[in-house]
Design a protein around this ligand. Structure first.
Ligand SMILES: NC(=O)c1ccc[n+]([C@@H]2O[C@H](COP(=O)([O-])OP(=O)(O)OC[C@H]3O[C@@H](n4cnc5c(N)ncnc54)[C@H](OP(=O)(O)O)[C@@H]3O)[C@@H](O)[C@H]2O)c1
Length: 336
């Protein structure tokens, strides 16, 4: 089969070639990949800055894929040939709390990912793709949408009428806006760009704050929430801004600690955490059971992923470069 393989770190070492088509063993599905989408993680893996010691030689990269089952191994019962499926990043985290070694079984490193004509997915880890979506659309779900869903629903316990703040207009935050709006929650979005704020208002946010023009954006959030703060905040920015997130969240509110766009460390001011009794919870995507619940919700609420650009298979490197420049919505590679 045709496959992109990472022969060394750096995009120049991402090479299109031929490799043996894998055969499904007991319990496994052979999936003809329709499309993959890129996440920050994929670029960081290619650049050698994401757990580089775990990246195997000649890795087929990219975790997030959608496609059709074309062959099944012995004993498979959950899926049949012809079913459309999604890959699930944490391939062994199926339900309940995570085990201690989930990162060892992630697609796109250390397991082979979907940037190839075919990929192997164990039937336990595959998820039925939404009927209403093309493969290009469904490929955007495994990390960005599922992280948003798990943060809002499983961790956040968000209810209609409650308020949620989403930071910036990246993949996680756009999905969070769409899902929270469909749940009947009030969404406050931040962005560095007014044109992006206009775009997220059209997707369901009810208020937008430009965090460049309003550096103390937490004060604005308090004004918009009768001085109380939001019920739930999805923090993708990380860094010292986490202290602002605590100030913008209501007493006994929840913060999903998701990203680290501005930094991986922060001097945390403890007194506001104590007095406001904030729950801070690290989020690492979600178990498969959460993905199983999300896809029917997306179908039911007619939520369409926002895609910035779809690249042909041969232009995978250009897709990585686009991701590095920044995008409004997901960057997708059509495989077949
Ligand atoms: N823990 C997990 O399970 C998990 C899952 C997915 C992603 N992540 C992490 O979450 C972060 C976001 O992921 P993503 O895929 O949504 O990224 P992305 O699509 O690359 O989004 C980047 C956007 O974040 C916004 N941003 C940057 N700095 C900001 C700041 N200081 N305050 C507010 N917004 C800021 C910008 O929006 P504007 O241009 O509108 O300003 C930018 O366009 C990354 O760090 C990623 O590694 C973690």
């Amino acid at each position: 089969m045709k496959a992109w393989q990472l022969k060394g770190f750096g995009l120049k070492n991402l090479v299109l070639g031929e490799t043996e088509t894998p055969q499904p063993k007991t319990g496994e599905l052979l999936v003809k990949v329709g499309a993959v989408s890129l996440n920050f993680r994929d670029k960081a893996i290619a650049d050698g800055i994401y757990e580089p010691h775990l990246v195997p030689k000649d890795l087929i990269p990219v975790s997030d894929a959608a496609g059709a089952v074309v062959a099944v191994g012995e004993g498979v019962t959950r899926f049949k040939v012809g079913d459309r499926v999604n890959s699930h990043l944490y391939s062994r985290w199926l339900d309940g709390p995570p085990g201690p070694d989930e990162p060892a079984y992630c697609f796109g490193s250390p397991l082979h990912g979907g940037l190839a004509e075919y990929m192997i997915i164990h039937e336990d880890s595959a998820v039925r793709a939404p009927d209403s979506m093309s493969d290009e659309e469904a490929s955007t779900l495994p990390i960005a949408a599922l992280t948003a869903w798990y943060s809002l629903v499983d961790f956040g316990q968000l209810q209609a009428g409650q308020s949620v703040l989403v930071q910036g207009t990246g993949g996680v935050s756009i999905f969070a806006t769409q899902i929270a709006h469909a749940m009947g929650a009030k969404v406050i979005a931040t962005s560095s760009r007014d044109e992006n704020l206009e775009a997220v208002l059209k997707l369901g946010a009810s208020e937008g704050i430009n965090y460049r023009k309003t550096p103390k954006w937490e004060d604005e959030v308090l004004k918009l929430t009768d001085g109380k703060g939001v019920d739930l905040l999805l923090d993708v920015a990380g860094g010292e801004g986490l202290n602002q997130s605590i100030a913008a969240t209501k007493a006994a509110g929840r913060i999903a600690v998701i990203g680290f766009l501005t930094g991986q460390t922060t001097p945390l001011q403890l007194m506001p955490v104590i007095f406001r009794q904030t729950t801070l919870r690290g989020i690492a995507v979600a178990p498969r059971s959460s993905f199983d619940r999300m896809n029917p919700f997306l179908d039911e609420h007619h939520i369409r992923p926002v895609i910035d650009h779809v690249y042909p298979f041969e232009q995978a490197r250009e897709a990585y470069e686009h991701l590095a420049r920044g995008a409004f919505g997901k960057v997708v590679i059509k495989v077949s």
